[in-house]
Write a protein that binds this ligand. Structure first.
Ligand SMILES: [Zn+2]
Length: 349
């Protein structure tokens, strides 16, 4: 198999050999539930879906060049999505990789055309974010048409299926139409309703090797240097690694490193004017300040892992504690600017 092909579809872990074997023997599970870290399900579902639709797929890797593969990147007529129906704003509040974001730039995949998305009713303002039963009924109608080729139904947020939708879906899953593959993902099997779970082939998804994450990033247009760095920090999670390469994430990292350096220095005036001038700390929305602290904490973890020097470990650890406290304070509604001031003072106590 050509290297290029392996690289392109590298979010299917090497260790999923059971699924690969099943696919090559024509007994791929018709209802698959992947248990995978948040934010990691969609890239994997996309790669599996493309492999199931590609007539030249080998070992669960699509060829990448046939008409089906070419169609896939702009929304395939035999791929349907079951997505929760919420506004973008609401989606981001609940889940940073919400349905509005999953198909956008982070995975460099075009939003599926409206005809490929199952209509799931009107605007849902319920923060529990359930999939609407109407959408699932629409799905039954779409699948009733017979089709000689493989079809896929992607459910990247299976944990969001509510009772009514699950019941409607269950009717389809009890007797899945021929050559229809349900590809679902959830962060934990227990979060999916037992009725759906019991119909599914459960598959835990292990992390990828750092090299596979790196080549995945390169195949998505990330430059080699940035790919290597992000892969090393991603703990084998390609979705997280790709998110780390976004301009926003790179900016957040730059700012986090500035803050760490200020906390390690003694110049209170410089630190306080940095706090005062930071837009993310004065924003009404607390999330940018939390992201900044989380990024700084990640950076500290990495520095802690790569040093054996006692005084350095103690200094980094004290800094980590003061930042963890600031993060907690902000979640408890403290003003971000005040929490940062307190954290600087704490680091110098
Ligand atoms: Zn193909």
């Amino acid at each position: 198999m050509a290297d290029k092909m392996t690289e392109r579809a590298c979010t299917v872990p090497e260790t999923l050999s059971g699924l690969r074997a099943a696919a090559s023997q024509g007994r791929f599970p018709s209802v698959l539930l992947l248990v995978v870290a948040r934010g990691e399900g969609t890239p994997l579902l996309l790669d599996l879906a493309q492999a199931l639709l590609c007539p030249n797929a080998e070992d669960l890797v699509a060829c990448g060049s046939c008409p089906d593969c070419r169609q896939f990147s702009s929304g395939h007529s035999r791929a349907l999505w079951l997505l929760p129906n919420v506004s973008e704003e609401m989606a981001q509040k609940i889940e940073p990789y919400g349905p509005e974001a999953i198909l956008k730039d982070v995975w460099k995949v075009a939003t599926p055309p409206p005809s490929a998305q199952i209509p799931i009713g009107g605007e849902n303002t319920d923060p529990t974010y359930p999939m609407m039963v109407a959408g699932v009924r629409g799905l039954a109608g779409r699948l009733a048409m017979s089709e000689k080729l493989n079809r896929v139904v992607l459910v990247p947020f299976a944990e969001q299926l509510n009772q009514a939708s699950s019941n409607a879906l269950l009717k389809i899953l009890e007797e899945p139409p021929d050559r229809v593959y349900f590809l679902m993902a959830a962060p934990a099997a227990e979060r999916v309703l037992p009725t759906i779970r019991s119909r599914s082939f459960l598959q835990a998804v292990p992390p990828l090797s750092s090299q596979r994450v790196e080549s995945f990033l390169v195949s998505r247009g990330v430059d080699a240097q940035a790919a290597r760095e992000a892969a090393a920090r991603s703990l084998g999670r390609p979705g997280a690694a790709l998110a780390l390469c976004s301009p926003e994430a790179r900016e957040a990292r730059k700012r986090a490193i500035q803050w760490i350096e200020l906390c390690r220095g003694r110049d209170a005036e410089a630190a306080f004017s940095w706090i005062q001038e930071s837009e993310e700390l004065s924003a009404k929305d607390r999330r940018p300040s939390q992201t900044l602290l989380e990024t700084a904490l990640g950076e500290l973890e990495e520095r802690l892992r790569s040093t054996t020097d006692r005084p350095e470990i103690e200094a980094l650890d004290a800094l980590r504690q003061s930042m963890e406290k600031a993060l907690k304070d902000i979640s408890n509604h403290a003003k971000p600017q005040m929490a940062f001031v307190a954290s600087w003072l704490g680091a110098h106590a």
